[in-house]
Design a protein around this ligand. Structure first.
Ligand code: ATP
Ligand code: LTN
Length: 340
């Protein structure tokens, strides 16, 4: 089989991440680090979704800076542009164009039931804008405009993916077979990394307490200090058990980073104290993230290189998605245009 045919035989993956801050160890273990190994088996298309980011208030200068930083962080985490595409969502207008068409296949009731919308409208009561409500339709467009087969997501995004599947099926039954109905791919280990200060809450980049969150660009001393301060319990045993949320979280992190099972980790630390264990987790996390931090430092100031990367990938994503958008426009009955 020719290399090009093999390439076309491969299933297609799409995933996106919002540039709303430096990525956390939770984003990394639950999402980003799973993207790199998929690149050999699948054709992968990844995007920094800046259009999603303006559904909550963000300063224009901050968004611009964070978008470029997010792009550099993803490259530093191993997205390989020889194998995959990585682009900025607003550079590829087909997403927003398809999202308008899909709006007319999405129901008000469905969108009202989305828990992220309910959470975010509670959090931003002074700005419950239509974009916040429509967020999942743009996400559906991101995926369907490439006819992606598989979508790597964290557990919190499964409701949005299910809606994308509903919209795809509804469109197909109304207008004839057009979209692939995508499958979700939730990573088996570390789908939910918890806050170091309140281990009943997920680690989140918008947390106001910096000690609760490990950022992938934190230096070694900072990482070790944050783990030393991690909230645990009044016991002394390093075992994964109900009620030991702090220790469970640290064991999950240790296991996700070293590749050892939880049982192996429990054995390794049998008889040791919490202090030693926290230090060991801090060490392995810092060593694991060091190459990411180094690669990021090399990339982030090379604005010309970043521009060349996102321009090339964006142009290719546009070409690819334009074909699918044209088909959609034909199916819904828009008059063919020579302008596009
Ligand atoms: P924010 O604080 O801005 O809401 P966040 O840190 O919660 O952001 P998102 O940008 O919503 O993260 O998510 C990016 C990706 O990282 C998603 O796929 C999400 O499922 C995953 N993710 C986020 N937090 C965690 C976590 N604590 N554990 C595992 N995966 C996570
Ligand atoms: N909603 C996702 C980000 C996102 C996404 C996508 C993920 C936007 N479009 C398409 C997968 C596929 C989030 O907040 N993590």
């Amino acid at each position: 089989m020719s290399e090009q045919n093999q390439q076309q035989e491969k299933k297609l993956i799409f995933s996106g991440i919002q540039p709303t801050g430096t990525f956390t160890l939770g984003n990394y273990i639950g999402a980003i680090r799973n993207w790199a190994p998929l690149q050999d088996e699948y054709r992968c298309i990844y995007s920094v979704v800046d259009e999603h980011a303006i559904t909550v208030r963000i300063e224009p200068a901050v968004l611009r800076r964070k978008t470029l930083e997010a792009y550099a962080q993803l490259l530093a985490c191993g997205i390989d542009l020889e194998k995959s595409l990585l682009f900025i969502q607003s550079h590829v207008p087909t997403h927003a164009q398809l999202s308008w068409v899909l709006n007319c296949s999405a129901q008000f009731g469905e969108l009202s039931r989305m828990t992220q919308f309910k959470d975010k409208s509670r959090k931003h009561q002074d700005d419950i804008n239509a974009g916040l409500f429509d967020y999942p339709v743009l996400m559906a467009a991101d995926i369907l405009v490439y006819n992606a087969d598989l979508v790597p997501i964290g557990a919190d995004q499964t409701q949005h993916l299910e809606l994308a599947r509903v919209i795809a099926r509804r469109f197909n039954s109304r207008y004839g077979d057009t979209f692939t109905v995508p499958e979700g791919y939730v990573p088996p280990v570390g789908a939910r990394i918890m806050s170091l200060q309140d281990p009943t809450k997920k680690m989140s980049k918008s947390d106001e307490n910096p000690n609760a969150v490990i950022l992938i660009l934190d230096d070694k001393d900072t990482i070790i200090r944050k783990f030393k301060r991690a909230v645990t319990d009044s016991g002394s045993e390093i075992v994964f058990r109900e009620g030991k949320d702090g220790i469970n979280n640290l064991l999950t992190i240790y296991s996700a980073v070293t590749g050892k099972s939880i049982e192996e980790a429990e054995k390794e630390f049998d008889g040791k104290g919490y202090g030693d264990f926290k230090l060991a987790v801090g060490e392995v996390v810092a060593d694991h993230l060091a190459p990411v931090r180094d690669a990021y430092a090399r990339l982030v100031d090379d604005k010309a290189y970043l521009k060349e990367c996102y321009t090339r990938c964006g142009a290719e994503a546009l070409r690819y998605s334009q074909r699918i958008l044209n088909k959609v426009y034909r199916k819904v009955g828009f008059v063919a245009s020579e302008i596009r």
